[in-house]
Design a protein around this ligand. Sequence first.
Ligand SMILES: [Zn+2]
Length: 320
Amino acid sequence: MSLCSTSAGFELDELPALSRTAVPRNDFLRDNAAELARMWPAARLLPVDRRGRAPMGRSGDMPVLDFRATEGTTPPADAVLLGEQDGVCYWAVRAEPDGPVQEGMGWDATLPDTDEPVWQDLRLAGGLLSAEDAGLLTTAVAVLSWHDNAGFCAKCGSRVEPRRAGWATHCTGCGREEYPRTDPAVICLVHDGGDQVLLARQPIWPPDRYSVLAGFVEGGESLEACVVREICEEVGITVESVHYLGSQPWPFPRSLMVGFSAVGDPTTPLVPADGEIEQARWVHRDEVRAVLAAGGTGPGLILPGVTSIARRMLESWAKT
Ligand SMILES: [Zn+2]
């Protein structure tokens, strides 16, 4: 068996929605308090709530981030510098919604039908935002979520303080520095080398919702080994020809989804993992194409939302 193949089968035809980015992060500014203070009055501030929602207006049918003007003379200590472009700094702060909020969460939500700014979920709106806005909001959700869950030093337990414009914390007890953390997870489109793809559903998902398989990388494990282990654990088959496709940050709260394809034998019986996978089945390319052509929802099969890397993988495979 080959653990890593160079024979692709297919590649991603576009970047995943949240992997798009356009505003430079400009790391060199993070330590320059004087310059950040000088630029603060003209900076644009993005409030983001704990569910990953930010206020968005719209331009035509597309959502656009509704940045706020800054107040005061210097950035607040808990603000995160997202980047700088054309002399304008972009910052994010944790905030409670101060206007209407989108109902539902993630792929269950619906886009608002109003011209007023609405606090919308990155998981739904991310695929519709511009590259600039998608990159800024994804970064904001990721780094603010890290601060929510990293208030105390992992070494001595003392309270930590933000540093480097939100890109580090400093322990008030032992001086330990920490940086935003990301948990790698693999996500793999398993196909049969022909016209069938393996889709599965978790018991907590809405009826008919299916996706490709995914799982967290364990300590001491390579991404490729994780693909083989997770698929075997979840559906009982051993895949080969593991091939890297691309990655996407998924800051809910702090994953990096690393996408792969792999080849499995459809004649091997599927054994869904108890409690983790409710059902797994091979689906023909024609059925996937028909559901995608209908916007992602078809009879007995609902595919992942447009913001997910899973959707990008399925669309790319379906086109080949
Ligand atoms: Zn400490």
